[in-house]
Write a protein that binds this ligand. Sequence first.
Ligand code: MOS
Length: 757
Amino acid sequence: MIPAAPIPKENQGQPAPRIDGRLKVTGEARYAADMPLSNIAYGVLVTSDIARGRVKAIALEEARRQRGVLDIISYGDMDGVEKPEFGTSAATSLGPLHQKEIVHDGQIVALVVADTFEAASEAADRIKVDYDEQKPTATFGLPGGETVDAAGKSELYKEDLKAGDFDGAFAAAAVKIEAEYATSANTHNPMELFSTTCEWRDGKLTVYEPTQNTFGFRAAIARQLHMDQRDVRVICPYTGGGFGSKGPVTPRSAIVAVAARRVGRPVRCVVSRMQGFTTTTYRAETQHRIRIGATEDGHIAAFGHEGSEVCSRIDDYVVGGAEATARMYNYGSVMTKVRMVKCDRQTPGYMRSPPETPYMFPLESAMDELAVRLKMDPIELRRINDTDKDPVTGRPYSSRGVMRCFDEAAKVFGWSKRNPAPGSHRDGEWLIGWGCAMAVYPTNVGAATARVRLFADGKVEVQSSSHEIGTGIRTVAAQMAAEHLGVPLESVRVEMGDTDLPPAPVSGGSTSTASVCSAVLKACEGIRQRLADAAIGHGPLSGQQPASLRLSGQRLHSSDGASQPVSDVLASMQTGMIEQYAEFVPEGAPPDAASKLYQGKSTLIGGSHGKKLKYAFGAELVEVRIHSRSKEIRIPRMVGAFTAGRIMNTRTARSQLMGGMVWGMASGLLEATVVDPRNARYVNRDLQDYLLPVAADIGDVEVILLPEVDNDVNPAGVKGLGELGNVGTNAAVANAVYHATGRRIRRIPIRIEDMLV
Ligand code: MOS
């Protein structure tokens, strides 16, 4: 039995159950497409059957004649609408229905609006599109792909890091590892489908859409529609999983907005699972060449990482995870190079740990290969090369618990019983393999705002337009307020996901807990101060130092034991409620970071920027079992240990890390979006053929939360962990497969066919 609510250790908060857990499991939580609106019409997308070419003609007449059809939006209907500005708030620069050129499979060519979803679907099926088709380039290694250097092309990837004399050190190294690795494309399949619902009233637009970035979305859509953003409201109280896909606005949203304006009714468009594969973003496939040169005793003298990523023709999206791998160990010298290969695909986008998941796979696989070559335990190899500073710039890590994580995970896993010889562990017909890898994710924090209200009856309201995407952010924000205002958690109500609330940054980059909790903390501190200032004038706390007064049990306490009920203090202030708005701007952020939030721009800082490197770390140990005859690959258990600063809630933290590890396992064994090389179309666009992990695919997942205090990262001392868990798992799986079989598989996911012959 693994407890769902780990007992808090030092610097860890209580495992409070999610305050919205009941709503979620009973179906009462309202997601964007659940909003009851009267007289609603339904939109269904029509998408292209080709990946490259041009729409010659689109025949809408038969569809228009279908009963219940209200309107069809297609070419010519969106001309007054602005092209999106590709970046963190927009997934692509492709104008919605602006061009008859088709640049990727499943590109939107029309939206049918009807009285019912069924009528719209029926009509959508009757739209005939005639194309001039051209031969597309699907992926790496095919004619027509254009290779370009990535450095400087994207905000995410500024330069190819270098340090020391890599060429010389590699040439001179006693032990060399040189290998190529590849990761597959993956498609976001959050449980909640993508959707947009638009309603116009008096020239103002309300959009209900599951998003990770309400204010960014508002700015982007307002810009596209030439509107003042204050005339647009974006609402999504819950987002049913995002993983990056619901961060930026996609072409669909503006089309639905225009449709709703034309039909004079609210329009809801829920995208089918199949169309979700092409009308949003995805994690692109990557290729890597790793070169490691080491001494006989395992010290790494040279590390080279060259990565290539598939990208669209129209945008420069790059994750460039060599920026992270270049800093992970005490390398004597470093060379990195990242390239994009432009193909006829939609623009890729953020997916959980966008740079680290695909780039740590080759590094952590190569570390295992080096350990095998050196006949050294892979954990010991990591210890020898552990570092407390960045080998590229020499700056120190604010904290780095990697080896503590490995040691604790190894103890729990029973790693000391591992015989390093491949194929040496067996259980009947099952071959057993144990593998390990490092997990890492940069710690970022952004400016955030919050409003907190404290009422005389002890009730508290917290408002911040952050996003409950399954992480438990409402719960941890409530915990922060309850703790600082001295009220029970049940007294706190949290409102999120609405641009009428104070802005919060994009819920991406594992930054929300640190950012939002810091803003809530600041607002609560403002309330405490105002109560304290009032209380010292007269009554039981008169003459006390205001800074020394603390709130607990709905009373204001002094350190010498005097106290006064909060309701009395409020009465003395002749007020029924104290409301405090606060803006948190992290140290090192530009002074206009808070005002930028109102423009929909998040400023996330941390990671490899600044005087110290700020990262959360972990170690993941995996057992695989491979059947000697059927070659079926099973994962009976995984153990992950993590250091992520202050843990706000051990229950929600464990859930995040466990979910991350399960997804990381799926990256190693299951998930792959298959692109047909002949036509650049996705082959497995449904949940039958796109293999997602389910509970039956995994045995025990043990998450160990190690205590860590890091006051450098942010005032809350929190390192984000939403993305940390699924980094490195894929390599740990591949390393375990090697240990079980002696087969080194350098391309993920690893499938049964890799075990044959
Ligand atoms: Mo995450 S991929 O930063 O939403």
